[in-house]
Design a protein around this ligand. Sequence first.
Ligand SMILES: Cc1cc2nc3c(=O)[nH]c(=O)nc-3n(C[C@H](O)[C@H](O)[C@H](O)COP(=O)(O)OP(=O)(O)OC[C@H]3O[C@@H](n4cnc5c(N)ncnc54)[C@H](O)[C@@H]3O)c2cc1C
Length: 495
Amino acid sequence: MGKPTGFLDYERESAKEVEPLERIKNYDEFHIFLSQEEQQKQGARCMACGVPFCQAGMTISGMTSGCPLHNLVPEFNDLVYSGNWRQAYNRLRKTNNFPEFTSRVCPALCEKACTCGHWGEPVTVRDNEHGIIENAYEKGYAVAKPPRVRTGKKVAIIGSGPSGLAAADQLNQRGHSVTVFERDDRIGGLLMYGIPNMKLDKKVIDRKVNIMKEEGITFKTGVNVGVDVKPKDLFKEYDRVIMCCGSKKPRDINAKGRDAKGIYYAVDYLSKNTKSLLDSGLKDGNYISAKGKNVVIIGGGDTGNDCVGTAIRQGAKSVTQLEMMPAPPVERAEDNPWPEWPKVLKTDYGQEEAIAMFGHDPRVYETTVQEFHKDKNGNVNEITTIKLRKEVNPETGRVQMVIVDGSEKKIKADLVLIAAGFIGTEDYVVKSFKVKTTNRGNVETQDGSYATSIPNLYVAGDNRRGQSLVVWAIREGREVAKEVDTSLMGYSYLQ
Ligand SMILES: Cc1cc2nc3c(=O)[nH]c(=O)nc-3n(C[C@H](O)[C@H](O)[C@H](O)COP(=O)(O)OP(=O)(O)OC[C@H]3O[C@@H](n4cnc5c(N)ncnc54)[C@H](O)[C@@H]3O)c2cc1C
């Protein structure tokens, strides 16, 4: 343990943020991190608990508490405190292939389960992680380390999101020859074409992918497996195939007037903006613009928040975010104690920006769309919203949202973005592999296994568990790699 009284001596200090009205002028990352010395003090706040919930990654009340990667949090906090940055990097890399991604986008399940956070402020685990990885790049020890021996076995991975990249990294380090097939023009999955640049600068992905290329992984972009390449040809050429195709089928809104022009799925909107930003600095105009428009986002979650931040940067006239559920409490409810995941109100960066820009929170709770209205050219120009209220179904005992009669209201809407979640693997991928799926639309596996119903075909990430988090995708990528390695070699020392 670093400093036994650290948590008493030092207050939590996390990265500062560029002011909302300033940062909306561009798509740059906006966190201003502490100096190394200041970060070391934050490392000193870790209490090195006997039972470190921060690294547990266990399910409590149906939600994950602590890091799903089982990052050795107290150990690297201690190494940060003592200034052993290189060793801290080695410790972090043992469990996490991509701290450069998680230290930017992870909701930090570790911090929510930190014992310091039980009564006060948790340790800045995510910022400590950011310090470790960025220091490793700066000092030049986050470099390519190709495997010394090759096994002669070949593995194909479909999809280059965090699960595919983690599986590729693990299997390549083990000495297998790995090829990653990606239908997009850039590597990264939703890291690249989902999460906006201000949250994760795309140069950070390229920096890591270039190292992975140097280490011997082959990346084939612009290849849509199931369309450009037949699964049977993959099975002929590769010893094992892993599907990491994500859960990209969006949930639609079935309301009257849905065929109006100007209604898009959130990921299409976000990905087009990022592609245009990267291709031409938005000069090519190949994106869906919110400029001067009244934007309505259906879905109050994180994807909706990314749409809020993007629409504001594009110059939206107004932004409204509709959420079906009631607003969560500001503080933990009694039935949601530490170290459970806190079900509390979170005001994310996009919502902060909307408040600064328009003077109010863009979120409207317990509300959904009843009808989309069009102008004479078929463009959406207004929507009718309707209020919902929570009710317990007397037959099932389950909570459901029911319509409040007479609560209809019309609001202006020139651009509507649907961020209502995802319902599983895209149909053509399932059909081309003839693989079994679950009733939730994800590819089916046996309990405790990543093997599918098809011999030599495995699946990981959102493609298996449904839309989730980057940290879970990395964990699944690591676990599928271990299972595939065992199937190829008869044993595995991968962790
Ligand atoms: C807008 C948005 C914001 C998010 N923000 C966060 C966040 O801040 N923090 C967080 O932890 N999580 C976030 N998530 C969730 C997170 O991004 C995902 O859980 C994670 O990326 C899943 O990783 P994956 O590798 O399983 O799949 P994906 O990242 O979806 O990658 C799948 C890849 O497979 C490719 N592919 C699919 N089919 C084929 C095919 N047939 N042939 C070739 N390639 C194919 C796709 O093009 C894609 O690149 C966000 C999700 C969205 C939608």
